[in-house]
Write a protein that binds this ligand. Structure first.
Ligand SMILES: N[C@@H](CCC(=O)N[C@@H](CS)C(=O)NCC(=O)O)C(=O)O
Length: 206
């Protein structure tokens, strides 16, 4: 398999952690795929018309002929299916995990949109209330994860991976947010999860 990758993307990190935890890390070749809407990456666009990473070029049976698989939620579910790892429960228990994964990814989305605002938008046309609205989403989302048992306890699942990568990204881009004060259980859970080898190997830098 081939993975369009960046060391700072929280969505790529979900995939890397999933590859590691499911014993598939050695089966993927990483291809540099970073880009932005203002400076798209041609190689990534060749695989994913949206120009977004992660994008996985799968293998048999899904990817025969090099079919691309995106976005991170689809890739993680594919990798779980491929390894029969059980990161997504069977039956009705699946839906709370998918919803918690979507919530965690939504926190990441809000962090990325706020980051793009100050990194990509010229200063003269930045709109602070819009950034504030994204930061408010992050705060509300973390507040709900603080109450989400399937993240805070129990066996590993896809929502835990997404939550950890979301928090890692928020800490990376918004180190002064102070979210731990209102979310002590989530902070304690994250401290433990962040110390695992799969997380330590993928800490964003840059
Ligand atoms: N929903 C997507 C989001 C992926 C995403 O936005 N990736 C960013 C990097 S962190 C990207 O490639 N941005 C480039 C662009 O928007 O053109 C996922 O879960 O994979």
């Amino acid at each position: 398999m081939k993975l369009y990758h960046s060391p700072t993307s929280p969505y790529v990190r979900k995939v890397m952690v999933t590859l590691d935890l499911t014993g598939q890390l050695g089966e993927v070749e990483l291809i540099s795929g970073s880009g932005t809407p203002l400076a798209p990456n041609d190689a990534t666009i060749g695989a994913n018309p949206l120009g977004k990473i992660p994008c996985l070029i799968g293998d048999s049976p899904i990817g025969e002929g090099g079919v691309a698989i995106f976005d991170s939620r689809v890739i993680c579910r594919y990798l779980d299916h491929r390894a029969k790892a059980g990161l997504y429960p069977e039956g009705a228990a699946l839906f709370p995990v998918l919803t918690a994964e979507a919530l965690a990814d939504g926190i990441t989305d809000a962090g990325l949109l706020a980051t793009y605002e100050w990194r990509l938008r010229p200063e003269a046309i930045r709109y602070q209330p819009w950034v504030d609205g994204q930061v408010a989403k992050i705060g509300r989302g973390l507040g709900v994860l603080e109450q989400t048992d399937l993240v805070l306890s129990g066996s590993i699942n896809a929502a835990k991976i997404a939550a950890a990568c979301a928090i890692g990204y928020i800490d990376f881009r918004f180190p002064d947010l102070g979210w731990r004060d209102g979310c002590p259980k989530l902070a304690a859970w994250y401290a433990e999860f962040a110390a695992t080898p799969a997380m330590k190997a993928t800490v964003p830098v840059g």
